[in-house]
Write a protein that binds this ligand. Structure first.
Ligand code: UDP
Ligand code: MG
Length: 316
């Protein structure tokens, strides 16, 4: 098998047929053997039925049906676990990532790279808020992590079997695949493209899912927030110490003091705030730590047409 295409699906009934047509249209001329792996991430619409209909017409179509919605990153992980291609493409189902770029990605990979990611030159049809928060997030992440995670890049990319095998050795529960791929190393490069609008349907990424992904990216690849909590603790303690000295001086030397309601409130609120932030940051790391200690499987497959013998063990 030369090429596996992994497509996470969450309520994409409006896009599956066009996606299949456009993928087949670009993959046939490539002249390589390929498989299309649709990972149904607990869709509540007709997506699964449409995918199953495709499997009857085309034996290259595989599907993995989850028992519920596990999230985009986990869906991609399941696809990677069960893929067989020498090269693997990760692509969104909504046609925001143009399938027409795949041949270029494929050829670039064979120029001697292990990863070719697709970088957004522009994005269409997305809200100003989404573009702004995405931009901000990628800049912050680039600044506080010690690996270089490319900015303005989603999961749309091609990776070699070597990288897939390396990913399978990373058992973390909170997946941030683009970060993991950067962490793995090897020779990586990129191609630029213009991100289109969603073909049909609505985004499955709610703000809470986006925040979770952002926090997974940050906590998974940086300890900067923990250090920030420590440093702010020291700074605030330092300031508090100076204020204590000043208060004692006023009280016992100058004998000029007011009943200190204002200063009391200010310092209590400020300290309370800083402490809560620090505790919250620790909590974010702790919750991920405990998720990893539990060692649950990452996902539960309800049904698939991929032979069970090739099913890799889920989380180790
Ligand atoms: N997706 C998924 N599970 C989810 C949310 C999304 O598998 O819980 C899939 C979705 O079907 C699509 C891809 O992940 O193929 C990207 O999602 P979406 O287009 O909604 O995200 P956006 O482009 O708005 O960031
Ligand atoms: Mg999308």
């Amino acid at each position: 098998m030369d090429l596996s295409i992994i497509i996470p699906i969450y309520n994409e009934e409006a896009n599956i047929q066009i996606l299949y047509d456009r993928l087949s249209g670009v993959l046939a001329p490539l002249g390589r053997s390929y498989e299309l792996i649709f990972v149904n991430d607990g869709s509540r619409d007709q997506s699964l039925r449409l995918i199953k209909a495709l499997t009857e017409r085309d034996t290259r179509v595989r599907y993995i049906d989850f028992s519920r919605n596990f999230g985009h990153q986990i869906a991609v992980t399941a696809g990677l676990d069960l893929s067989q291609g020498e090269a693997v493409v990760i692509i969104d189902a909504d046609l925001q990532d143009p399938p027409e770029l795949i041949p270029q990605l494929y050829h670039k990979l064979h120029e001697g790279y292990e990863v070719v990611y697709a970088r957004r030159r522009s994005r269409q049809g997305e809200s100003v808020a989404k573009k702004f928060t995405a931009k901000l997030f990628y800049r912050i992440l680039a600044n506080i992590t010690n690996i270089s995670i490319p900015v303005d890049t989603g999961d749309f990319r091609i990776i070699s079997r070597k990288v897939v095998d390396a990913l399978k050795q990373m058992p973390e529960q909170n997946k941030f695949i683009r970060g993991q791929i950067s962490w793995i190393g090897y020779r990586q490069t990129y191609l630029e493209y213009d991100r289109a609008e969603r073909a049909g349907g609505a985004t499955g990424y709610t703000y809470s899912k986006m925040i979770r992904l952002a926090l997974d990216g940050i906590t998974g690849f940086s300890d900067a927030p923990l250090k920030f909590a420590t440093i702010s603790g020291f700074v605030v303690s330092g300031i508090a110490f100076v204020v204590v000295l000043y208060t004692l001086y006023e009280r016992f030397v100058v004998h000029d003091y007011q009943p200190g309601w204002a200063s009391l409130m200010v310092s209590i609120l400020f300290l309370g705030g800083v402490q809560l932030i620090a505790v919250g940051i620790i909590g974010e790391y702790l919750s991920r730590l405990s998720a990893n200690v539990r060692q649950r499987p990452l996902y539960i497959i309800s049904d698939t047409n991929i032979p069970v013998t090739s099913v890799a063990p889920a989380a180790s």
